[in-house]
Design a protein around this ligand. Structure first.
Ligand code: ZN
Length: 149
């Protein structure tokens, strides 16, 4: 049975480390994916990155209208020139919201839980969530884009 994970909050230094590439998704990775999906859904998140549950590895889960998807070693391959402003929050920054400019459309490549290479085209909210979660793998938080107060 998948279990709920503890979500790490800012300013934990784990959130600021660059995460390592996953050599190959194994049983342990697949268990972690199920736990992360359960945790994301439980806390009403639209996405969750492994560093947020204390693992500095390149893995994110995203909640789409067709259900959760896991992306191992996700990488943005194309991004639209056009950007749009949208409100963001983060499970690692409870109570904080802010408007962030993100690329309106993106394409990304990743491996699924069974190490199959996949691609995704996204726009709007889905594109925003993928950009936000990949930022986590590079130690970047959405507050980094907000004007200094
Ligand atoms: Zn976040």
């Amino acid at each position: 049975m998948p279990k709920l994970l503890i979500i790490i909050t800012h300013p934990n230094p784990i959130l600021r480390k660059k995460s390592a590439k996953i050599e190959k998704a194994d049983e342990k990775t697949r268990r972690l994916i199920l736990d992360m999906e359960k945790t994301m859904l439980e806390f009403d998140g639209v996405g969750l990155a492994a560093p947020q549950v204390g693992k500095n590895i390149r893995l994110i889960v995203i909640n789409t209208k067709d259900g959760p998807i896991a992306m191992v070693n996700p990488k943005i391959t194309r991004k639209s020139w056009r950007k749009e402003l949208g409100e963001e929050g983060c499970l690692s920054l409870p109570g904080v919201n802010g408007n962030v400019k993100r690329h309106k459309k993106i394409r990304a490549v990743y491996c699924d839980a069974k190490n199959k290479k996949r691609g995704i085209k996204a726009e709007g909210l889905l594109a925003r969530v993928i950009q936000h979660e990949i930022d986590h793998l590079n130690g970047v938080l959405f507050i980094d884009y907000l004007p200094a107060r």
